[in-house]
Design a binder for this molecule. Structure first.
Ligand code: PBG
Length: 331
């Protein structure tokens, strides 16, 4: 019998738990601020810093108020931001998403060169820009998959041109990665990283995000394009498909109810894996912490460590700034 299979008579697990220095030395899973990405909501207009329902301490900033916020993230040590645009007006076809002068391209042009140390990621989807709140254009009451693809590709090209290091399609349209990859190639943007929201599930945990982005669907729901929660094998197919279509990074989203999906993806694929610790997951911990029901610092440590232990290389989280500060202190 090998050591791994049976306990030795002299085995005492507590030896490796005896003191803080020993526990630190033998910690199997470590967090680092380099792996943290903070979502950032940019709202149209001037001089705005708005609160978000369900997300205490997270704000939407207008472009002119953004630099101080990004400076704080950099000072904390956060490595990346994932930008979401909240446009002043929306229309049926989500025009603002792929307008060269839309909120995201304008934001990127204004902050890109000032923050060379930040990896700038841009979410690519129509839902924040459509009057009906769906992630693609409509044909009757259904979301038109193939009619949406060129629009997503245009959006990604505009964001990349404006300086995005990473474009991240989250619309869950079939073929979106291929459409974006070829759009980028045609535009000569071969260096742009493509991060697919590959296994994105239709989740109750997106609710606070939808109030942040004003993107709740006006009718129906997203279950005809986002995955159902129980399908892990399908998640593997989605992930493999995104890699085949040209994704450099794949994602599992949400994170906490999907740790097994993260873990299996980690074992199955060689590309970097992102996990999105989504708005509702933030809300749960934050609400409990504000009520004194949980200790926020240790709860966040445990949540992020769990996502990391499951196999995520990078974690997109609304706790990024706070977590990076705690990491500096030695958490
Ligand atoms: C869609 C998008 C969503 C999120 C990221 N991109 C919402 C949705 O699909 O309804 C959710 C993120 C979160 O809840 O934090 N473009």
């Amino acid at each position: 019998m090998t050591e791994a299979q049976g306990l030795r008579l002299d085995s005492r697990a507590r030896r490796l738990r005896k003191s803080e220095p020993i526990r630190r030395m033998f910690m199997e899973t470590r967090l680092h601020a380099d792996m943290l990405v903070s979502p950032v909501f940019v709202v149209d207009g001037r001089d705005k810093m708005e609160e978000i329902d369900g997300m205490p301490e997270v704000h939407r900033f207008s472009m002119d108020r953004l630099p101080p916020h990004l400076e704080k993230l950099v000072a904390a040590g956060v490595r990346g931001v994932l930008l979401f645009g909240v446009p002043g007006s929306k229309d049926e076809r989500g025009t603002g998403a792929y307008d060269a002068d839309g909120i995201i391209p304008r934001t990127l042009r204004s902050v890109r060169s000032t923050f060379p140390e930040l990896v700038m990621m841009a979410d690519v989807c129509l839902c924040e820009y459509t009057s009906h709140g769906h992630c693609g254009v409509l044909e009757g009451d259904t979301v038109d998959n193939d009619g949406t693809l060129p629009l997503l590709a245009r959006a990604a090209v505009e964001y990349a041109r404006a300086g995005a290091d990473v474009v991240a399609p989250s619309a869950m349209m079939d073929g979106q990665v291929r459409a974006i990859r070829s759009g980028l190639q045609e535009a000569g943007l071969d260096d742009t990283v493509l991060m697919g929201y590959s296994a994105k599930h239709a989740s109750a945990f997106y609710k606070p995000f939808r109030s942040a982005a004003g993107s709740a669907p006006a009718f129906g729901d997203r279950r005809s394009y986002q995955m159902q929660p129980g399908n892990r094998r399908e998640a593997m197919r989605e992930i493999q498909q995104d890699i085949n279509e040209g994704a450099d990074v794949v994602m599992v989203k949400p994170a906490l109810a999907y740790l097994d999906v993260i873990s299996e993806a980690r074992r199955k694929v060689g590309v970097p894996l992102a996990a999105y610790n989504v708005s509702g997951e933030y809300a749960m911990v934050k609400a409990a912490a504000l009520n004194g029901w949980l200790d926020e610092k240790s709860a966040v440590f445990e949540v992020l460590t769990g996502i990391r232990r499951a196999g995520a290389d990078i974690i997109i989280t609304y706790f990024a700034e706070q977590a990076a500060l705690w990491l500096k202190e030695g958490w």
